[in-house]
Ligand binder design. Structure first.
Ligand code: CA
Length: 177
């Protein structure tokens, strides 16, 4: 993407944030924190993972040739991509832009739920039908919310539908505040 388009998108995100009524006010001077995290990242990247119910798998079309997969329909299953923590120094309004990489035919969850850490809880960013997802990067709708104190992880939870499989490969998260 050229710089001009990138700048236009940033401005669009700022206007969107203003309309939602952010009390902080997102401007062109907004701070951006950005992380691309694959599943099972090397410690040298500063990223880690934390999961329940997910198993390692390989696939030539997966990001770096591998991913993690779990049965859907189990509420105790989750996968967390944990990145370097950014402490915000007090509650902040944050805009979250999230893309997730999906490229394997075994990923069939009709409504995988994606969220980010928000002040002790989870803020849902959106859901993706992994069965219909594009092969590659999929972009969720941008979300703006108040009361962030730290930026620290992205999560996927399998949907409540049983009989499907939820994939966790790479994520690309950008925070603006
Ligand atoms: Ca991968």
């Amino acid at each position: 993407m050229d710089k001009k388009k990138s700048f236009v998108r940033l401005i669009a995100a700022c206007i969107s944030g203003a309309i939602i009524g952010s009390t902080v006010g997102i401007t062109a001077d907004a701070i951006t924190v950005s992380h691309v995290i694959d599943n099972d990242p090397l410690a040298s990247t500063g990223n880690t993972s934390y999961s329940s119910g997910f198993s390692y798998m390989t696939g030539s079309n997966c990001y770096n040739g591998d991913a993690q997969i779990a049965s859907s329909g189990n509420s105790s299953y989750f996968y967390h991509w944990v990145h370097e923590t950014t402490t915000l120094g007090g509650p902040k309004t944050v805009t979250v832009n999230l893309m997730v990489y999906l490229n394997h035919s075994n990923f069939t969850d009709p409504s995988a739920v994606y969220s980010v850490y928000q002040n002790g809880g989870a803020l849902t960013v959106g859901t993706i039908n992994q069965n219909l997802a594009a092969g590659g990067w999929n972009t969720l709708s941008s979300v703006t919310a108040a009361n962030f104190t730290q930026l620290k992880m992205v999560c996927v939870d399998p949907s409540t539908y049983s009989g499907y499989y939820t994939g966790a490969d790479a994520v690309d998260v950008k925070y603006y505040y």
